[in-house]
Write a protein of this length. Structure first.
Lengths: 313, 338
């Protein structure tokens, strides 16, 4: 289903937008898709167990400015990346553990934790920084290799970030399909009570899944730093809704148990192609956001309806 | 579980959800008295009333959606208020409407129409509230900027004068009080009891003969009325139209709702709790503004709002006494699992 939509969109784009097939356009599209795709790994896993991670844009922005601050403070880039991705994972683990203990209210938990984290990181970054933060932006010297990792003018012929995404796609799909842990997530999303009977620990699964989500969000923040060249706290803002939209459009239902990361990859590609087409028609960012919103309801109506109460008795 | 309490403790047990917001309110009032005593002057109080009124009313609006549950979080409220704000400031003068009564009626009609559209989608398509309100958030947030790229326009004179908050004994106080009286009347009705039953367990409601689709749409009508009034107060507060500033009301209102003790599983939420929760949120930003954070002020507000939300969830989780095991039987975001 999602595949057919993608093919139709590509066909439409190829015929109506000049330069759609140009190498430059394809490469830059793939780079954008890899950023969104990596951030969507976490959102997909959360959706599979019936949760939502709204902390993604905040963790992403915090990692983005936090890494610049660490490097400005003399921390080596490699260690800095390990620190921010690790902290992202820890924040995510806290989200998951708390959400599970609070009857699965992941929406408000992650919203609260996300705001607290980004606010705190901005306060910390602005305190005695080598170069201060203004309007959420922080300048610093970004090492060449971080920049090269996320840009497409490169000797590989393609940005390494895209290769990293491809590797992560394979890992995620294999883990979801072929490991006990992956299958247990589907069990948990399908029926909590039944999963508990076969000794799936709901608390542990939530903690791990949200930790992965925090780590992938932080990783996306690092990749975006290489792409834009300076730290910006609001860099994650579009990712709040696009990660959810990619999950929904791909066909993973938010109620849990059905879908997979392969579908979300299709969702990510659909969104990327759609954005190219809409930009080709000179639509503003705001208009694109509105159209995205209009698309969500029919897609959800196709995949993610809950049964009538009379069928549940 | 409230239903299992014995009669003498039943009343107090039902007020348990008010403990967190009340404690927070007292703490914030003490800090205000110590660090920002301007609040307790007549000017300060009037400023507080008009400052907090839009959030109080918006929170009351989304409280109904939370009661109608399950997982009834209305994310659209910020952009909806912004949209009505643009309609009031730029749209209504085009058709020559500026009298107070007509502005209120128009704002409420727009609010109700938007909410009924969402309620119809949620009830008839049986998709989750979060997804529909998220989609509407995107649509309206984008549309607001398309209609009005830059802040502009001026609210009608009578409305703009509310924002100046010269006296507390004026419509800025009467309107929220009247709205709360309306709230009390609505929550006492049989119809609202049906909404509560549907939110607590839609299967029970269905077999008890509650018509689910009209009840859910009715809940959205009530929400639309309060969001409409909130938008009028918001327009008075900012005195103009602004395409982006209102979006942050979503986070504030959801935070106020949770602090106020609403159960997002559905069925249980108190208007009074939501009102106190909203006042808490306003007081947090007031208290923070009395400290000299300079350029960092917005970061502190962001941090404090998020931290208070998490703390309230902690406290609420402990006080409500619902164990994870109870949740497993209830089902998560999906609502009751068969």
């Amino acid at each position: 289903m999602a595949g057919a939509v993608l093919i139709a969109l590509i066909a439409f784009g190829a015929t109506s937008i000049g330069g759609f097939w140009s190498l430059l356009n394809l490469r830059s599209n793939l780079v954008f898709a890899s950023f969104l795709g990596i951030a969507t790994i976490g959102q997909t896993l959360c959706a599979l167990i019936g949760g939502l991670d709204l902390a993604i844009p905040f963790v992403l922005g915090a990692a983005n400015i936090g890494l610049v601050r660490l490097m400005n403070g003399g921390v080596s880039p490699g260690l800095g990346i390990v620190i921010v991705v690790g902290l992202g994972g820890l924040i995510g683990a806290f989200n998951g553990a708390l959400s599970n203990r609070l009857q699965g209210q992941s929406l408000v938990v992650t919203l609260g934790v996300g705001n607290a984290v980004l606010g705190l990181v901005q306060i910390l970054v602005s305190k005695g920084g080598v170069s201060g933060i203004s309007g959420g932006t922080i300048e610093g010297k970004i090492p060449r290799w971080i920049e090269r990792f996320s840009t497409f003018n490169h000797s590989f012929g393609i940005a390494p970030a895209v290769l990293l995404w491809v590797a992560l796609i394979v890992v995620t799909i294999v883990v979801l399909r072929m490991t006990w842990f992956g299958r247990s997530l589907y069990a948990l999303g399908g029926n909590q009570a039944a999963a508990a009977r076969v000794l799936v620990s709901s608390w542990w699964s939530w903690t791990v899944v949200f930790a992965v989500s925090g780590a992938t969000a932080a990783l996306t923040g690092v990749l975006l730093l290489g792409y834009t060249g300076s730290g910006y706290a609001g860099v994650g803002d579009p990712y709040l809704f696009t990660t959810i939209a990619a999950v929904l459009i791909g066909g993973t239902s938010l109620v849990g148990g059905r879908g997979g990361y392969g579908l979300s990859v299709l969702g990510v590609l659909i969104l990327t192609v759609l954005q190219t087409i809409l930009s080709g028609y000179n639509l503003s960012q705001a208009a694109q956001e509105a159209i995205l919103g209009f698309l969500i309801i029919p897609t959800v109506a196709l995949y993610a309806r809950s049964p009538h109460p009379r069928m549940q008795i | 579980m409230p239903g299992t309490e014995r009669a003498p403790t039943y009343f107090l047990a039902r007020q348990r959800s008010l403990v967190t917001p009340l404690i927070l309110l007292c703490v914030l009032l003490v800090i205000s008295a110590w660090h920002g005593p301007h609040l307790f002057t007549s000017d300060g109080l009037a400023g507080a009333v008009i400052g907090a009124a839009p959030l109080v009313l918006a929170t009351l609006g989304i409280t109904v959606i939370a009661v109608a549950g399950p997982a009834g979080v209305d994310l659209s409220v910020g952009p909806v208020m912004t949209f009505i704000n643009i309609v009031i400031v730029l749209g209504l003068p085009l058709v020559g409407v500026s009298s107070p009564v007509l502005v209120f009626v128009a704002a409420i009609i727009v609010g109700v129409l938007l909410q009924v559209a969402m309620g119809t989608l949620i009830a008839c398509l049986r998709v989750s509230t979060v997804v529909v309100t998220l989609a509407v958030y995107l649509v309206l947030d984008g549309l607001n900027t398309v209609i009005l790229p830059e802040p502009g326009g001026t609210a009608p004179d009578w409305l703009a004068s509310w924002g100046a908050a010269s006296s507390i004994l004026s419509p800025i106080l009467y309107v929220p009080v009247a709205a709360f009286v309306l709230w009390t009347l609505i929550t006492a009705s049989t119809f609202f009891r049906n909404i509560r039953l549907m939110g607590a367990n839609d299967r029970t409601a269905f077999v008890s003969g509650v018509a689910l689709i009209p009840t859910r749409i009715g809940a959205h009508v009530i929400a639309g009325i309060f969001v409409g009034i909130a938008s009028v107060m918001y327009s008075g507060l900012i005195g103009s139209a602004d395409p982006t500033a209102g979006a942050s009301y979503t986070l504030s209102a959801v935070t106020a709702l949770v602090i106020g003790g609403a159960s997002l599983a559905g069925g249980r939420a108190k208007g009074l709790g939501s009102v106190i929760g909203a006042i808490d949120i306003w007081l947090i930003s007031y208290v923070l503004s009395t400290f000299n954070f300079g350029l960092n002020a917005s970061y502190w507000v962001e941090f404090a709002t998020g931290a208070v939300l998490v703390a309230a969830l902690f406290a609420g989780g402990i006080l409500s006494g619902l164990s994870p095991r109870a949740w497993r039987h209830q089902g998560g975001l999906a609502g009751p699992t068969p």
